[in-house]
Design a protein around this ligand. Structure first.
Ligand code: SAH
Length: 211
C-alpha cells in the first residue's frame, strides 16, 4: 500500500496523542479517504480533527469521536454491527474495515443514496444500508453483537438493548445538547454502563424524513 499523505499522518498522530491506541482502528482511519465523505467546500479540512457539515443539516463526526467509538466497540473481523445514522457513510466505512458486516440505517434518503454510492466507489462490499427509523433497530437482523448509535437519544433506547446479544456492546451518545458517550454492555441480568466522555451529536429523530 502507498505511504499515507502527510495530512493523514498528522491526523493519526493526533488520534494517538488523544488516546487511540487500537491499531486496527488507526489502520481503518488510515485506509478510508475522508475527503470522499465531506462536502466540496470543506475538502481542505477533510483530515482536520473536526466535525463537518453534510447534506440535510447533518454532520460527519470528528475523526477522534469516530475513532473513540470504533475502539470502544471492541469488534473483531467476525463481528456483525448495527449502526444507526449512516449520514455520510464515513463511520460505516471505518467499521467495515474492522468487522465482518455492518448494517446501517439512515432516515434521510439523499444521505443514504450518497453513502451507498461512496461504498460502491470504494468497493466496500460488507455494508448493508437501508432507509428507515433506526430508533426501532433492525429486528429482522437482530440480535447484534455490537450496536453504534451516531445520533443522540434522550435515554438508552430499550428497543436497541433488546436487539443487542447477551455480552454485546452498544456505544451511543445520550442527552440533549451536551451529551455523554456511553458504552453499554448487555449482561444476563440487565446492562452495565460506562461513561466515555462528553460529545455533541445531532439528535436521534423518530420516523423517516419527508424530503
Ligand atoms: N455516522 C455518520 C454521522 C451522521 S450524523 C457519519 O459517519 O457521517 C447522524 C445521522 O443520524 C444523520 O444523518 C441523521 O439523519 C441520522 N438519524 C437521526 N435519527 C435517525 C433515526 N431515527 N434513524 C436513522 N437515522 C437517523
Amino acid at each position: 500500500m502507498a505511504a499515507p499523505e502527510p495530512r493523514v499522518i498528522r491526523l493519526l498522530m493526533e488520534l494517538r496523542r488523544q488516546g487511540i491506541t487500537d491499531t486496527r482502528t488507526l489502520g481503518a482511519i488510515e485506509r478510508v479517504p475522508r475527503e470522499l465523505f465531506v462536502a466540496e467546500p470543506f475538502l481542505d479540512q477533510a483530515y482536520e480533527n473536526r466535525a463537518l457539515p453534510i447534506a440535510c443539516g447533518q454532520t460527519v463526526s470528528q475523526p477522534l469521536v469516530v475513532a473513540m467509538m470504533t475502539q470502544a466497540l471492541e469488534v473483531t473481523d467476525r463481528t456483525k454491527v448495527l449502526e444507526i445514522g449512516t449520514g455520510s457513510g464515513y463511520q460505516a466505512a471505518v467499521l467495515a474495515q474492522v468487522c465482518r458486516r455492518v448494517y446501517t440505517i439512515e432516515r434521510h434518503k439523499p444521505l443514504l443514496q450518497a453513502a451507498e454510492e461512496r461504498f460502491r466507489r470504494l468497493r466496500i462490499h460488507n455494508i448493508t444500508a437501508k432507509l428507515g427509523d433506526g430508533s426501532r433497530g433492525w429486528p429482522e437482523q437482530a440480535p447484534f453483537e455490537r450496536i453504534m448509535v451516531t445520533a443522540a437519544a434522550h435515554d438508552i433506547p430499550p428497543v436497541l438493548v433488546e436487539q443487542l446479544a447477551i455480552g454485546g456492546i452498544m456505544v451511543l451518545p445520550v442527552g440533549e445538547f451536551d451529551q455523554d458517550l456511553l458504552k453499554v454492555t448487555r449482561t444476563e441480568a440487565g446492562i452495565d454502563i460506562e461513561t466515555l466522555g462528553g460529545v455533541r451529536f445531532v439528535p436521534l429523530v423518530e420516523g423517516v424524513a419527508e424530503e
